[in-house]
Design a protein around this ligand. Structure first.
Ligand code: ZN
Length: 354
């Protein structure tokens, strides 16, 4: 295949050039003025950018959530990724408490096999695991392990478990990724809201305030500081969280940060009105000024990646809720959370860069 007349972006910068791929799909030649070979497929790209395939480092495909399931499987989800210019995804395997981690990985691999783009896996632990599990993960090519500081009922681990995993990850050259929100405080705020009859979808944002994200990022970074671990904060959504990332980086902690298009482009006003339920994600959408801070954090290099946290649900499933009630969700805590992003991520980031 010959891609002709575009502006090529690669490690060498940007230049006008043609790109030829060989029969094995690999790039064979990048040069100016390439003529088509007999039988070669030619794509005219003048006025267009020719870029390397994107990597989306945070996705959830096929995943069951209570009685419902993420609406994209690895075929539809990776097709959307390909359309959006993403040629590699890294999906999160979540090991439920009591389940065997390697059996769960095997299940995920069977789901991921039909993907139309390249894929890798992260492994999420929801309870303490022996170091041998970390070693086995690294052995099979999984080099990043996730912990939650939120959702005490099914996902959250305590600080001691975090320290032990950080030490194990460091010994095996692996990365620890963390969902940072103060789960205990948030659950209390949510109980108070429900007890007071404050049940609107906007309470999703009000009961998960940005300062509790900032607190958890600061705590995770402090634990990385004492263990010497390399950490990666997923879906940084707010100014306090960014401030905690920056503070840790400035004192030499190896902390990388990710944000997502929804936090760069959408805000909490989406959580009011008839479609509010369709905009529930965690961390929640914030007041608009946080997005300005996140763009600034990207520009200055405090935030390293824009991933999607791609996790879409059918609108009917959102309304049925995680308990799958035919009469619909009874309160906001039963709404499955997550937003789609595969098809639009690169274009949205490019728009921001421009
Ligand atoms: Zn996620």
């Amino acid at each position: 295949m010959l891609i002709r007349g575009g502006v090529v972006f690669d490690a060498g910068g940007e230049r006008s050039a043609d790109v030829r791929t060989a029969a094995d799909g690999r790039i064979a030649e990048v040069a100016v003025g390439l003529d088509p070979l007999p039988g070669e497929q030619v794509h005219e790209a003048s006025g267009k950018l020719v870029i390397p395939g994107g990597i989306d480092a945070h996705t959830h495909l096929h995943m069951p959530v209570g009685a419902v399931r993420v609406s994209d499987d690895f075929v539809s989800g990776t097709r959307a990724a390909a359309v959006g210019g993403t040629t590699t995804i890294i999906d999160y395997v979540t090991v439920a408490r009591g389940d065997d981690p390697m059996a769960t990985v095997a299940t995920w691999r069977s789901w991921a096999e039909p993907s139309v783009v390249d894929w890798g896996l992260h492994l999420t632990f929801t309870e303490a695991v022996p170091e041998s599990v970390v070693a086995a993960g690294v052995e099979m090519g999984i080099t990043s392990f996730k912990l939650y500081l939120a959702y005490p009922d099914r996902l959250q681990v305590d600080d001691g478990t975090i320290v032990r995993l950080m030490r194990a990850a460091r010994r095996h050259g692996a990365l620890v990724t963390l969902h940072c929100e103060n789960g205990g405080a948030i659950e209390e705020l949510r109980r108070e809201a429900l007890a007071a009859g404050r049940t609107g979808v906007i309470e999703h944002a009000r009961t998960r305030p940005a300062v509790l994200e900032g607190e958890a990022v600061g705590r995770a970074a402090t634990l990385a500081e004492i263990t010497g671990a390399s950490i990666y904060i997923v879906h940084v959504s707010s100014a306090p969280a960014l401030a905690a990332v920056r503070s840790a980086q400035e004192r030499g902690v190896d902390v990388k940060a990710e944000t997502c298009p929804q936090y760069l482009y959408l805000d909490s006003s989406r959580l009011e009105g008839p479609d509010a339920i369709d905009f529930v994600c965690t961390p929640p959408l914030r007041d608009p000024w946080h997005a300005e801070e996140l763009w600034e954090g990207l520009a200055r290099g405090y935030i390293h990646t824009v991933a999607t946290d791609h996790c879409p649900f059918w609108r009917a499933d959102r309304r049925a809720g995680v308990a799958g009630r035919p009469g619909g969700v009874t309160d906001l805590t039963a709404i499955p959370g997550g937003l789609p992003g595969h098809a639009t991520r690169l274009a949205l980031v490019w728009q921001g860069v421009r």
